[in-house]
Design a protein around this ligand. Sequence first.
Ligand code: CAA
Length: 682
Amino acid sequence: MTSPVTWENRDGIALITIDSPPVNALGHAVRAGLWEAVEAAEADPAVRALVITAAGRSFPAGADIREFGKPPQAPLLPDLCDRIEVCTKPVIAALHGTALGGGLELALAAHVRIAHAKARVGFPEINLGLLPGAGGTQRAPRLIGAEQALQLMTGGRPVRAADALAMGLLDGVVEDGLTEAALALAADLVADGTAPVPTRDRTEGFRNPQVYAEAIAAARRQPHPPEQPAATRIADCVEAALLLPFEAGLAYERAAFEELQATPAARGLRHAFLSERRLSKTPEAGTEARPVEHLGVIGGGRTGAALVLSALSAGLRVTLVERDHDALIAALERIADIHEAEVARGRLTPEKRDEDWARLAGSAELPRLAEAEMIVEAVPEDLGLKAEIFSQLGRVARPGAILASATAALDIAALATAAGRPADTLAFRPWTEIPRSGLVELGVTPRTGAEAVATATALAARLGHRAVRATGPLLGRMMGAWAAAADGLLLAGSTPLRIDTALRGYGYRRGRYQAEDLIGLATLSGLRRPGLADGLAARGRTGCAVGAGWFDWPEGTRRAQENDEVLALVEAERQRHGLPSRPVGEEEIVLSCLLALIAEGTRVLADETALRPSDIDMALMIGLGFPRWRGGPMLAADMMGLLDAKNALAALAPENPELWTPADLLADLLKNGRSFEDLNGI
Ligand code: CAA
């Protein structure tokens, strides 16, 4: 097998090139290749200096995430970094693209670093529940001090080359000709004849020990959940850089890295990273999308208005159609109000608002959509109404237009038939429960064409959303089960506040009841317990706030708790069902809601609504605010152990078999010693 690392002698300088697409991650073959190249170049008397560079889009973007959790293979990255640092000939790292994590650590082990002006560098390990484990926590503070090193490592955001240069992390930035500049620099160093100074011997960052110590203390004062110890351990390691000899500091960092790697949070975050990228691996991947510059939106309610706004913000032309003139005016006013609020908050400039507004047209006539390249219908959930709209669209839309419905629940196949264009029809469901949550569910039928899916996926990405491919309502089903479990606990004796507090304590971005008004509560409960919905409807109670909106927690839920009417209703419902009130603990709340998601997840997989378990996890993380560091409910099932999950579900089943009985898939996995993770593919 050819090595992904090659080198050649360019006038006495060894030009070492890493070539391992897509991002030159530092997997085993790359590490081994680099080690050999450095050894050979150092041993070669014709070589006076070394330049490490990378082909393709980027200098290494980090360790190879796919190797985490597997037995490590020598040479390990920390050893490779040491090997580079102790090289007796000057080593220059030439950075472009995104030099992240282990890639930046490799560069820090070199003696000099230059970068292309468009390069970005950083330590994103914290996003994976980790810390830089190849000397980064020891070398970076020696160059730039504790405050900036901590900012890079605990913030996890990459910085521009110019900023890294200003900090002292880089030694030079070039506009173009990176390799030539690196070779010229190497030649200068050789001509100069001064021995390279290894980063371990640099002390600029230690100049002011008091400032250094204050930065550590400030980092320690930041609150962090105990289950996510990475930030705390980063502060410990950066402190160790000042207090311990270099080798001892490295050993300290290594131990902390391994400790973090074994945490459930690191597993969850790694799973989230890989799951997010797996979302795009669909049967339609690689199909060319049709161009969409003009979007039609039918219905200017909450979903429609959100779509119009995000499409305008992405630079599209939009035609909004409402059922009549008055409804159109109301919808346009709603959109204008949101625009104005964004301007008032400083999120939108008045110029951009005017530009966006100029690309928006409104009408009460469907034929005005004849030029739109994609049309999304977002009217209330009424199959008859939607079918009528799709049948008209079949007549008026231009050939090749993608016809989509934002329906969260209804049968898309019926709409495809009504339009008479099954290959171009699909569901396009933006989830707006969590603002800027960025999830669009694509509902495809067996007759939906690959181009329609590719076009809708591309549009979702352009609007800043992740697309998850499903063959029916996915997130709606999962949320229904989650809500039903919470409602069961409410009737068993808990309160909205206790349930939401427990769920938020687990890490959900929203509780079950925060976003609900009474009728919402009743409708969701009505999925499994029509009684409560009927009770509320009979009392004519609509729009009475249980929660005042998810975002103003805890105010919303406090009001819910104080809302005697809700508590009285729940009590009446309890009595109607003859249910005794009992204490419900936090653990029970969290576990029940998780088990309900797991059970529904098995059903969603068994009927092939979702392509794979990790798509369900991702939909929940983005759309419901399931804690990312827990990796989603299907990973949580793997981590709890499938047998324990099955037994816990079996214990609950008699209470509500529809909710708690998993699909046979769970038993099959158990029988074959497999996990949900095994169903994810690569
Ligand atoms: N390991 C393995 N694969 C990686 C990778 C990594 N570190 N980073 C990216 N990839 C893969 C992605 O999985 C994706 O693969 P597919 O094409 O097969 O789906 C491909 O590279 C392209 O990635 P993106 O789709 O994310 O492309 P992008 O242009 O949107 O983003 C990126 C590129 C900024 C590098 C982004 O991928 C990213 O942030 N990567 C993670 C970087 C990271 O966390 N590095 C630290 C690793 S931990 C570490 O290094 C620990 C240590 O100290 C030893």
